[in-house]
Design a protein around this ligand. Structure first.
Ligand code: S3P
Length: 441
């Protein structure tokens, strides 16, 4: 949890150039540690994201009795304790800022013989948990939350869980994953149906760890009573972190960047399609596979972007990329319309309101709608804006500042370390004009 207040001062830099290594995928890193912890035998996780979110998850498994070594940066060796080997932690389990951590752990801990309490920071404590509590209760779990289904979550152990046939009301990989993880401990079949396919890392990784699971876009099915086998995981670079550089290099004239070995799971790359519809010049080179995931080197060069109507079917595949898309739209030619993205209002911040307000403060014409925004491209000026402690909003505003007519002070940026530690120095090395003023801390 970040107690320090960190502001950035960001102004125009130089064209973005060079080859960048983006840190490991957050979703994959969380899941790798979780499954390795309850597997039989040892797993080596390479490319592990050294972010606060994923470190919180690793620390929680330490509290639950799992030995996890960190022989070098971005590597974790997890000594799995088997499906029934976790033990009660004397203290609360702090998920920090991580919705993925809390929701997936709720599913996994619902099947244990002991009680647990999951807590989070101020942002996470405002995020809806009823979406996982409801299906887990239907499976037989006992979970108490604060009024309105908010954290902390008290998970009472020693229940017999039954498999469930669950139709997700909202497209959410976190809810799907929570139900599947509880399903490992349940009797009978668990089946999850999605209104739109979401990222399938839990399914792919369960399969890689040897658990029989059937899945195809929009449906996943498994039954209890099997075991997980320790497996090495090679985590690809996080597409959502690469996204900031895809947008920035598209916008800043003269840019030509190469982002190496980026995860290209189709349930994550919606922004690539949206940017290409806007006229972006992004090539996926040397396609390959890493840790069972498609990867590619992404070469992005400056291009003139035009406003678009973002196709609604792309929304779940780019759900984390809207703050960056809003910035691209604010600097594109013409109008961009986003619809069907109400989920943005319950992310680390209300991303529609927070991003719109910040861009408006820089002179952008952004009209909020209940489930999206209408954005008319035009010039931006300098000013003072607030990221409201939302990592993706902070990084997106740093992109906007590359094109603004004056310096931009971005408030409350410390949480960037939750998903993208070292963003500021990597961005500077690529050409961003970004500094942290003395007065911070
Ligand atoms: C995630 C799923 C998405 C995404 C989040 C990570 C995951 O959330 O926004 O950053 O790792 O499963 P929802 O599943 O709630 O849409």
């Amino acid at each position: 949890m970040n107690m320090d207040r960190l502001d950035w001062l960001v102004g125009q830099g130089t064209p973005l150039q060079g080859e960048l290594d983006i840190p490991g995928d957050k979703s994959v890193s969380h899941r790798a540690v979780m499954l390795a912890a309850i597997a039989d035998g040892t797993s080596r996780v390479q490319g592990f994201l050294e972010g606060e979110d994923t470190r919180s998850t690793a620390a929680i498994f330490g509290q639950l009795g799992v030995r996890i070594e960190a022989p070098s940066a971005s590597v974790r060796v997890v000594h799995g304790v088997g499906l029934e080997g976790l033990r009660a932690a004397p203290d609360d389990l702090d998920c920090g800022n991580a919705g993925t951590g809390m929701r997936l752990l709720a599913g996994l801990l619902a099947g244990q013989r002991f009680d647990s309490v999951l807590v989070g920071d101020a942002s996470l404590s405002r995020r809806p948990m009823a979406r996982v509590i409801d299906p887990l209760r239907r499976m037989g779990a006992r979970i108490d939350a604060r009024e309105g289904g908010l954290p902390p979550l008290r998970i009472i152990g020693n229940n017999v869980l039954q498999g469930i046939d669950f139709k997700l009301p909202v497209a959410s990989a976190q809810v799907k994953s929570a139900v599947l993880l509880a399903g490992l401990y349940a009797t009978g079949e668990t089946r999850v149906l999605e209104p739109h396919p979401t990222r399938d890392y839990t399914e792919r990784m369960l399969s890689a760890f040897g658990w029989p699971i059937r899945f195809s876009p929009g449906v996943a099915q498994l039954s209890g009573g099997h075991r997980l086998r320790g497996t090495d995981v090679d985590v690809p670079a996080d597409f959502s972190s690469a996204a900031f550089f895809l947008v920035a290099a598209s916008l800043v004239p003269g840019s030509d960047l190469l982002l190496r070995r980026v995860g290209m799971n189709p349930r994550r790359t919606g922004l690539l399609e949206a940017l290409r519809l806007m006229g972006a010049d992004i090539q996926a080179l040397s396609p390959g596979e890493q840790g069972g995931e498609p990867v590619a080197d992404l070469r992005v060069r400056h291009a003139r972007l035009r406003g678009i109507e973002v196709p609604e079917h792309l929304v779940p595949d780019m759900i984390d990329e809207f703050p960056a898309l809003f910035v691209a739209a604010a600097l594109a030619e013409g109008r961009t319309v986003v619809r069907g993205a109400a989920e943005l209002r319950v992310k680390e911040s209300d991303r529609i309101a927070v991003t719109a307000a910040a861009l408006q403060a820089l002179g952008a014409r952004v009209l909020e709608t209940p489930d999206g925004a209408v954005i008319d491209g035009g010039p931006l000026h300098g000013g003072t804006v607030d990221s409201h402690g939302d990592h993706r909003v902070a990084m997106s505003l740093a992109i906007a500042a590359q094109l603004a007519g004056g310096e931009v002070r971005i408030g409350d940026c410390a949480n960037v370390a939750t998903s993208f530690p070292g963003f500021d120095s990597l961005a500077r090395s690529a050409g961003f004009g970004l500094r942290t003023p003395e007065a911070n801390g």
